[in-house]
Design a protein around this ligand. Structure first.
Ligand SMILES: [Zn+2]
Length: 221
């Protein structure tokens, strides 16, 4: 469990260590510092400045690159005057047409479907928070991101493509397409977005918005 339980009753909230279950008071937040368990030293969370906003910006940029990467050809090959170019989805269809249904399904699942749903779930969570609202079904989106992340394998796909291109370059003329560069940048952006995403900050902001809404409803009543 990455998001430790946070109690807002006390001035310094209580945290439960996800490794050893020690209940402890959170220290006063200092930007850039990591809060670690007093007993086992496990990292509980990191205090960042605008970490969620940075994560949202990188997620949106990754979404744009994802569309570009899927809309344009990954690579063009020219052999004996015959030129062939394909997109990622075109490669999936070609695999399916060659009776490699399982490989086609695996490529579609790990490089198109899962990354797309992960980007949508991240945007769904962080977009409304940016404007001071909590998205409906936020816990479901959070769980989905946690489940989906290990299944997104764009970097493995990229490695496979680069090795194949290096080998094919002796046989045919290889021309990297727009999508290949987009996929390269997408891998970096996805890693940067994942590393800047701090679940503690997400739940703290959700908690603050819920408290604010409660106070407003009480003052109206
Ligand atoms: Zn601990």
């Amino acid at each position: 469990m990455d998001n430790p339980f946070v109690s807002t009753v006390a001035p310094h909230p209580l945290l439960a260590c996800h490794d050893c279950d020690l209940l402890q008071r959170a220290p006063a937040p200092q930007i850039g510092s990591a809060v670690c368990c007093r007993r086992c030293g496990a990292r509980l969370y990191r205090v960042t400045r605008n970490g969620l906003d940075r994560c949202l910006a990188m997620t949106v940029a990754a979404g744009v690159l994802f569309v570009v990467a899927n809309a344009f050809p990954i690579v063009a090959l020219e052999l004996q005057g015959v030129r062939t170019a394909t997109t990622l989805f075109g490669a999936v269809r070609a695999l399916y047409a060659q009776h490699m249904e399982l490989v086609a399904a695996l490529v579609f699942f790990t490089t198109i479907l899962v990354p797309a749903l992960e980007l949508l779930a991240m945007s769904w969570m962080l977009g409304p928070l940016k404007f001071g609202r909590v998205a409906p079904w936020l816990p479901i989106a959070y769980r989905w991101v946690r489940i989906a992340r290990p299944w997104g394998m764009i970097e493995v796909f990229m490695l496979g493509v680069l090795v194949s291109l290096a080998k094919l370059s002796h046989l045919a003329s290889v021309e990297p397409g727009v999508a290949l560069w987009s996929f390269g940048a997408l891998v970096i952006l996805l890693a940067a977005a994942a590393s800047s995403f701090e679940p503690h900050e997400l739940w703290a902001r959700v908690d603050a918005l819920a408290t604010e809404a409660d106070e407003q409803s009480m003052s109206i009543a």
